[in-house]
Structure formats: structure tokens, C-alpha cells
Design a protein around this ligand. Structure first.
Ligand code: 3DU
Length: 213
């Protein structure tokens, strides 16, 4: 994953045709494609391989199980061409370590979630989740663009690990605020794929990120 545009597309569309249309329009303005359950369930897991031929793919399965099951899920994602996976950290260090081992370090751990409910259970333990990501050898964390001050606080805990940050656009966060607070990449879904001109929307976000640096 080359840090160029610093935008990751959250491709939460539910048909292969829409996925191809959006990716074709935005591929020059994003650095990676994040695939979540809606697209996998709608089209089947081979969509990972297909998208990986265009861009690096991050499988956002929010993996949250016992170590052995986590390992099996990560192996399935990586063998289909994923560059990285996203897991939860509340399952504990052995479960996160199982993901890290199976993905050879290419793991992002969810910390404080970006939606309002994220304040309820994830925010109080987010610092510990970030510390766990670091001690387990993960590549980085997922931190909320809706609360840039939390990105800055979590950055202090993880040092040089990467921060990928959802919550821009539809959830109310601003790309430049997230980048200024310390995010390496913003993750954007609806503000791109629901836009009348997804390519233009992705370009505008990439431009805003450049200005935000
Ligand atoms: O709100 P958007 O449409 O830009 O999509 C955000 C994406 O990021 C979506 O795939 C969602 O599952 C994911 N995500 C969050 O929104 C918040 C988190 O804390 C973690 C992941």
C-alpha cells in the first residue's frame, strides 16, 4: 500500500457491477480498497482477488473470535489476495496475536469506533487496545475521524504504527482534521460511492488531504 493519496475507499456497495463502476472511477485517487461484509456477502469472496488486481485490499472483517478461528479467517482472506485485515482487540492479546501471525503483521486493530455508540464500550478501553496493537506487532490501528482529538491521543501510544481513520463525510468527520491529528489514511465510503461523481468526490478528498498536511 503506497502512501500517495492517503484515501482508502470503503467499498460497501452490494453488487459486483457497482463495485467495478466505483473502483474504475476512483482508482487514480485512492491507495487501497477496504472490503467489508456487505460486498463479500453480496458477491462472494472471489471479489477480494478481483479487487486486489486493481488496488491493495484491506479485508475489514472486524475479526473477533478465539485465536484458532481468527487464524483460519485471516488465512482465507490472505490466500485470496488481501494485503491486510482488520480485527477487534477486545478478544485479548492471544486472539490479536493469532491474526498478526497469520497475516505476517498486516493487521489493523480497531480501537475507539467512530459512530456515537463507539463512545459506550470502545472509547473507555481504546488506549489499552492501541497499546495491545503495538505489543502484538500489528501494522496499525483504526481510529475515529469523528473525534480527531482521539486520533492525536492514540498516536502518542502507538508511535510510528499506522492509523487508518473512518468517519469522514457521512459520519460527520473532516478529512483534513483527521490527517492533521495524525491519521496516515482516511477511510471513506458513502461520501464517495454515493456521490453523483465518485471519481470527483475521491479526488476532492485526496486534494483536501494534501492541503491538510
Ligand atoms: O461511513 P462511511 O460510509 O464512510 O463508511 C465507513 C466504513 O468504515 C465502513 O465500511 C465501516 O464499516 C468502517 N468503519 C467505521 O465506519 C467505523 C469504525 O470504527 C470502523 C470501521
Amino acid at each position: 500500500m503506497q502512501k500517495k493519496n492517503r484515501v482508502i475507499l470503503a467499498l460497501d456497495v452490494t453488487s459486483r457491477a457497482d463495485a467495478l463502476r466505483v473502483v474504475e472511477a476512483v482508482k487514480g485517487h485512492v491507495d487501497a480498497i477496504k472490503i467489508n461484509w456487505p460486498l463479500i456477502l453480496a458477491t462472494g469472496p472471489d471479489i477480494i482477488r478481483e479487487m486486489s488486481r486493481v488496488k491493495d485490499v484491506i479485508c475489514d472483517f472486524k475479526i473477533a473470535d478465539i485465536p484458532n478461528t481468527n487464524k483460519l479467517i485471516v488465512e482465507q482472506a490472505m490466500s485470496r489476495g488481501a494485503t491486510a485485515v482488520i480485527c477487534h482487540g477486545f478478544t485479548g492479546d492471544d486472539s490479536v496475536k493469532a491474526c498478526v501471525d497469520a497475516a505476517k503483521g498486516q493487521v489493523f486493530v480497531v480501537t475507539e469506533m467512530s459512530h456515537p455508540g463507539g463512545k459506550q464500550f470502545t472509547a473507555p478501553v481504546a488506549d489499552e487496545l492501541a497499546a495491545l496493537a503495538k505489543s502484538a506487532g500489528a501494522r496499525g490501528i483504526v481510529a475515529p475521524a469523528t473525534r480527531p482529538e482521539r486520533i492525536a491521543a492514540l498516536r502518542k501510544i502507538i508511535g510510528s504504527l499506522e492509523i487508518i481513520s473512518p468517519g469522514v463525510g457521512a459520519q460527520g468527520g473532516k478529512a483534513s482534521d483527521a490527517i492533521r491529528a495524525g491519521a496516515d489514511y482516511i477511510i471513506v465510503g458513502r461520501a464517495i460511492y454515493d456521490a453523483p461523481d465518485p471519481g470527483g468526490a475521491a479526488k476532492a478528498l485526496a486534494d483536501e488531504v494534501k492541503d491538510g498536511v
